[in-house]
Design a protein around this ligand. Structure first.
Ligand SMILES: NC(=O)c1ccc[n+]([C@@H]2O[C@H](COP(=O)([O-])OP(=O)(O)OC[C@H]3O[C@@H](n4cnc5c(N)ncnc54)[C@H](OP(=O)(O)O)[C@@H]3O)[C@@H](O)[C@H]2O)c1
Length: 248
């Protein structure tokens, strides 16, 4: 009998984290949820247990308390086989243009904190010789746009961090690093936005794509939904003199 594997989902209160954890539980994995909002994470844990019978453990964590990240990683009862960060905050672009504290929180939440935490797991996985790291970034990181460049720049930094770590880990044996770039996903984060239906997916789709990519040897950089790869390729090809006239 093979030992049950463990996935740690950081951001266990989120819709995408919930759907991803459920996908792992359906495959028989033990699930650990790290979350700041432990009540919401408990709701997700109860739902996963009710649907799959899998036990879910909860681990309180505020990722912005970066001086406590090492203690958090060391305190886990087992080093997970896979760690997934879905941490993020969309924030308010207009407010972030003049409220530096808000801009700083968006930058730290989307870039600094998840990068530092996943970097710690990279060290531990390298020492063990195995492990999979998944970072949920965003298509918003592919090109800075006037409507959300504080969030986008932070996601861009996170994508580049994951890229560099993947490059480094390729020489370190069995450690994989996966970058996930969702486009539009119907979640709490986007509940106030009018999203174009043909380009919008549900969180379950993100969970399924993450599982395939991380555990079934799928690609290491993925767009969810896939049409966004084409959309972002076109957006990245638009010359700057035209791009700056577009209200994107
Ligand atoms: N929805 C989309 O269209 C979309 C598109 C592209 C990328 N993404 C990315 O997908 C990921 C999941 O987003 P979602 O749509 O599922 O939205 P969400 O439900 O708002 O998820 C964001 C998660 O980040 C957590 N978080 C934020 N700051 C934290 C902190 N300081 N400490 C601990 N946890 C913190 C939130 O915890 P709390 O519950 O405590 O606030 C929540 O669990 C994010 O990285 C987001 O940027 C989403």
């Amino acid at each position: 009998m093979t030992a049950q594997k463990t996935v740690l989902v950081i951001g266990g209160s989120s819709d995408i984290g919930h759907a991803t954890a459920l996908r792992y539980a359906q495959a028989g994995w033990h699930v650990a949820l790290a979350a700041r909002d432990i009540v919401a994470a408990q709701r997700n844990a109860d739902d996963i247990k009710a649907r799959t019978g899998v036990e879910v453990t909860l681990h309180p964590l505020d990722v912005l308390q970066t001086d406590k990240l090492a203690d958090f990683a060391a305190s886990l009862p087992v080093l997970p086989d896979t760690v997934i960060s879905v941490i993020g905050e969309l924030g308010d672009q207009t407010r972030a243009e003049s409220d530096l504290a808000h801009a700083c929180q968006i930058m730290r939440t989307n870039f600094e904190a998840p990068s530092l935490l996943l970097g710690l797991f990279a060290q531990a996985f390298q020492a063990r010789g195995s492990g999979t790291i998944v970072g949920v970034s965003s298509v918003a990181g592919d090109r800075g746009r006037g409507s959300n460049y504080v969030y986008g720049a932070a996601k861009s930094g996170f994508s580049q961090f994951l890229s560099g770590m993947r490059n480094r880990m390729a020489l370190a044996g069995e450690v994989r690093v996966i970058t996930v770039k969702p486009g539009f996903v119907r979640t709490r984060m986007t509940a106030h936005l009018k999203l174009p239906a043909p380009l919008t997916v549900m969180p379950e789709r993100v969970g399924a794509d993450i599982f395939h990519s991380a555990e079934e040897n799928g690609r290491e950089v993925i767009y969810v939904g896939r049409r966004f790869w084409l959309v972002m390729t076109i957006i990245c090809l638009i010359p700057e003199r035209i791009f700056k006239r577009l209200k994107l």
